[in-house]
Design a protein. Structure first.
Length: 254
């Protein structure tokens, strides 16, 4: 064997050994691909508004969390919450980094399109390494027909976020191709009475604890806009951000 071929053989062998070692480490860690925050130590709560960036929709929930002693802030989204969702994810990341200067981790609550922003943030900024838990409320994680109609019938009146929230958009297709990181507790809640996110179970996320509200509170009538203020939903959020584990509720909390 020539010296050149011998060197090539050695390089390939070293790469194979390194790849095997990395796979072994991932296997021992159960497929975990990064560190995870301490679940017993709650961090700061960041609430991400929906399409349009209306911070008032989350004010009541923020105040309830603060009354429990939590540090809670609403993230102000750029471009009125209708611009590029990637830019919104960058804004969320900046808010996360600011919160981490005084807290060990963050809990993210994303309402409506804010949940898609949270999903983008996890994917693009290795959010699972600093997010203790994530809760989404009525989030069109696979798009909503309302956005598709807007993009088709009135494209000039459908801003970037509107187009990105149409089922089958390039952004959503890319997210659909990414698995949720292992070990990241995620609770997705939606209402079957949702008139904005159609179909409502677009909020369902593989790897998350998925909870249709009427599955635990059968008689409860809650619209999309009522999700952040509904008493039962708020209690489910507060419970999921407490010290215990994130599990599907056994009964209606109110």
């Amino acid at each position: 064997m020539s010296p050149r071929r011998r060197m090539l053989f050695l390089v390939v062998a070293v790469l194979l050994v390194a790849a095997g070692a990395l796979a072994g480490v991932r296997l021992l860690r159960g497929g975990d691909d990064g560190p995870r925050p301490d679940q017993a130590t709650p961090g700061a709560v960041l609430l991400v508004p929906g399409y349009g960036g209306n911070t008032a929709a989350l004010a009541q929930l923020k105040d309830q969390l603060r009354a429990q002693g939590r540090t809670a802030e609403i993230v102000a989204l750029p471009d009125g919450g209708t611009g590029d969702l990637e830019a919104q994810a960058a804004t969320l990341d900046a808010a996360v980094r600011a919160a981490l200067t005084s807290r060990p981790s963050v809990d993210i609550v994303g309402y409506s399109a804010g949940g898609v922003v949270a999903r983008l943030w996890v994917d693009k900024y290795q959010g699972a390494e600093v997010a203790r838990r994530i809760v989404t409320l009525g989030s069109p994680l696979h798009g909503t027909r309302l956005a598709a109609a807007g993009a088709a019938l009135a494209p000039d009146a459908c801003p970037p976020a509107c187009r990105q929230l149409a089922p089958g958009s390039a952004l959503l297709d890319r997210l659909d191709g990414e698995d949720l990181p292992e070990g990241l507790p995620w609770l997705s809640i939606w209402t079957e009475n949702d008139e904005t996110v159609q179909p409502p179970d677009s909020a369902r996320l593989a790897g998350a604890v998925n909870v249709p509200l009427q599955g635990v509170c059968p008689q409860r009538q809650v619209s999309h806009s009522q999700l952040p203020t509904d008493e039962a939903v708020s209690e489910l959020v507060r419970q999921s951000l407490a010290a215990g584990s994130v599990t599907a509720p056994a009964s209606c909390p109110v």
